[in-house]
Design a protein around this ligand. Structure first.
Ligand code: NAD
Length: 504
């Protein structure tokens, strides 16, 4: 069985080449076959302390390296990731279960933030006011925080780490990444490539672990900031305990994104979009669209009629199947949890129109597959509506009018993303302005903002004030120093006056 290691001081294998840590380990599945393919050690506070000591040594010199040189490392890292993209995508897909094409997207969306980070000399420029008072100028500069940490979820093992360390390191920080223990190999490879790109060893380190390691990160006094992405209860916990410890924390949580379908929408386009947005990556995306809200009974009936054949035509396959729309879910426990949610929905009175429970793929009977599922007549009092399922399950919630359609996502506990499908510009504009959700798509089913804007949900989808990546990301990973300066000319009689040198 393959053994995955921590990356401390830029080397896989932890301090002195040992795995290091609590002595506990976690198994890494191949979700397509149902076999355990690797084992990852779970680190502890001692291991973290070693990583922090290394980070403390390298960070000051990195912060003092001029931004253009730092950018050169980011450029080279981008080139190396591109060169290794296929291998990274295959490795990612084998541990996560998403199909290889999707895994390419995972790497690519992370790389886009690295591209943004290549512009760090421009992005870091401060502000200057000449003559704020008599002889007084004011300027501000962005300085790094020191050591930052990232704790990431299983569902985007390339993209989310790159969102975090790309911005943090370009801004002059050292970074310690604690990736998901379910698919840790790609983050390890990224850290190795970062050293190959010319980054000082120890600037980006990877420590594996579970709650024990996460608690050690939250409590370590030399870690200045934590970026977390994962489920909401844990996000809230990390935010509360991290900020109580005086750290800067941004913690992004779960989601239940709604897609509003107005009566005038192009239903063929909507069905096509929903097939990808609800079922792609087996629904294991925080920006998936698991709830569709047709406005009016007639829209609902027409949509349902078109959805059924489209969903039945979806092909579920192993993650290397080029023709598969989606692959297995990440672990056997997650498969079981998704099927339990379908049971719950049925008991609560939802109509199971297409049932993905008990799905088995011929030749891969031990894989963690869940068939595509369509639930109709879902209502807001149902637990299966209120909570995140995170699987290939699409719920239809019928709204009687536009007002109700705005209210549903606005009142939901999560507020990550939302989409509206319509040909009516006024309705779309009203919706975008009024809905209480962080990221809005207008005829765009997965409205993940590009790398030069920023990413972040509202309500229980995001704790903290500052978004990921873009200028917001830069704000998160830096603090602003403000300098007010006056250079007196040295007194009225001229004896002490500053003499401006002249040529000659
Ligand atoms: P998770 O919350 O189980 O794990 C996330 C991280 O927290 C992992 O690194 C894990 O090791 C750690 N962790 C797990 N249990 C912990 C505990 N008790 N205490 C401290 N740390 C702990 O999430 P996941 O299952 O890996 O990922 C799926 C979730 O992430 C979904 O809820 C999804 O919506 C969410 N997500 C949100 C966004 C976003 O931007 N809002 C993006 C991707 C995923």
């Amino acid at each position: 069985m393959r053994h995955i290691d921590h990356v401390i001081s830029g080397h896989s294998g932890g301090p002195n080449g040992s795995g290091g840590g609590s002595g506990r380990s976690h198994k890494v599945w191949n979700p397509s076959t149902g076999e355990v393919q690797a084992e990852v050690p779970l680190g502890d506070a001692d291991l973290l302390a070693k990583a922090v000591e290394v980070a403390k040594k390298v960070q000051p010199e990195w912060a003092a390296t001029n931004p253009q040189r730092r950018a050169r490392v980011m450029f080279e890292f981008k080139r190396l990731v591109e060169e290794n993209k296929q291998a990274l995508a295959e490795l990612l897909s084998s541990e996560h279960g998403k199909v290889v094409d999707d895994a390419h997207g995972d790497v690519q969306r992370g790389l886009e933030v690295i591209e943004y980070a290549c512009g760090i000399p421009q992005a870091l420029k401060g502000e200057y006011t000449q003559g704020a008072g008599p002889g007084i100028d004011v300027y501000s500069m962005r300085q790094p925080l020191g050591i930052g940490a990232g704790i990431t979820p299983f569902n985007f093992p390339a993209m989310i780490p790159m969102w975090m360390f790309g911005m943090a390191i370009a801004a002059g920080n050292a970074f310690i990444l604690k990736p998901s223990e379910r698919d840790p190999s790609v983050p390890v490879r990224l850290a190795e490539l970062f050293v190959e790109a010319g980054a000082p060893e120890g600037l980006l380190q990877v420590v594996h672990g579970d709650k024990e390691m996460v608690d050690a990160i939250i409590d370590h006094q030399d870690i200045a900031a934590i970026s977390f992405v994962g489920s909401s209860d844990i996000a809230q916990y990390i935010y509360s305990r991290g900020t109580a410890n005086g750290k800067r924390v941004q913690a992004f949580g779960g989601a239940k994104n709604h897609g509003i379908v107005m009566p005038d929408a192009d239903l063929d386009q909507v069905v096509n979009d929903l097939a990808g947005a609800a079922f792609g990556s087996a629904g294991e995306r925080c920006m998936a669209l698991p709830v569709v809200v047709p406005v009016g009974e007639d829209t609902a009936d027409r949509l349902r009629e078109k959805l059924i054949p489209a969903i039945n035509a979806l092909r579920v396959g192993v993650s290397t199947d080029k023709d598969a729309h989606y692959g297995p879910v990440v672990t056997p426990e997650h498969k079981q949890r998704i099927e339990q949610w379908i049971d719950t929905a049925e008991k609560e009175g939802a109509e199971v129109v297409i049932d993905g429970r008990g799905f088995s793929l011929q030749g891969h009977e031990d894989g963690f597959f869940v068939g595509p599922t369509l639930l109709d007549r879902v209502t807001t009092d149902m637990e299966s509506y209120k909570e995140e399922i995170f699987g290939p399950v699409l719920q239809i919630v019928r709204a009687k009018d536009f007002e109700e359609a705005v209210r549903l996502p606005s009142e939901h506990q999560y507020g990550n993303g939302v989409a509206i499908f319509t040909r009516n510009g006024h309705a779309a504009r009203e919706f975008a302005h009024r809905v209480n959700v962080g990221m809005v798509g207008i005829n765009v089913p997965i409205p993940v903002p590009v790398s030069y804007h920023s990413f972040g949900g509202w309500k229980r989808s995001g704790f903290g004030d500052i978004d990921q990546y873009g200028q917001e990301g830069l704000r998160f990973w830096t603090k602003t120093k403000k300098v007010t300066q006056r250079w007196p000319d040295g007194g009225g009689d001229g004896s002490n006056a500053f003499v401006i040198p002249t040529m000659g």
